[in-house]
Design a binder for this molecule. Sequence first.
Ligand code: ADP
Ligand code: MG
Length: 155
Amino acid sequence: MRPIRPAIFCKEEESLIMSNLTFGIIKPDAVAKGHTGKIIDRIIGAGFTIRGMKLIHQSKRQAEGFYAVHRERPFFGELTEFMSSGPCVVLCLEKDNAVPAWRDLMGATNPAEAAEGTLRKEFAGSIGENAVHGSDSDENASIEIAYFFSKLELV
Ligand code: ADP
Ligand code: MG
């Protein structure tokens, strides 16, 4: 018998890129400070539908795989150390134009430059430990969703 593969990994769906889905993380700093509930409340209040959500504790290797595009950057070691330092919440979020909508709610990478009312302005402590992650394109959103969720875990 052939093993059952989650549909998101099936060949006919490999190129399926949806502009209404994005991937987010409530990073270990925000979870450790007890901000998870407040951030989820803000996500729902901004009109996103949560399609997938789970609390995980990434290994260093998992974080290195997730952030592989940044492996040449000087902060790669610090970033992957931080992302594997404690539990985080991974999210699959749905909304029209989900990628820019979620990045707008997150705010600028550096909280010192983040606009009022954004999550990073309110919850981030530094450019490295900046509370939340969001995909930067529809293509990366579908890759990142598939990195952490099987089809069965998305509703
Ligand atoms: P974003 O998360 O806003 O998409 P990037 O993709 O440029 O930002 O960077 C990925 C993550 O790497 C950031 O969210 C942050 O945690 C970390 N990072 C970015 N720039 C720096 C920096 N100059 N020093 C330390 N960490 C950084
Ligand atoms: Mg990025």
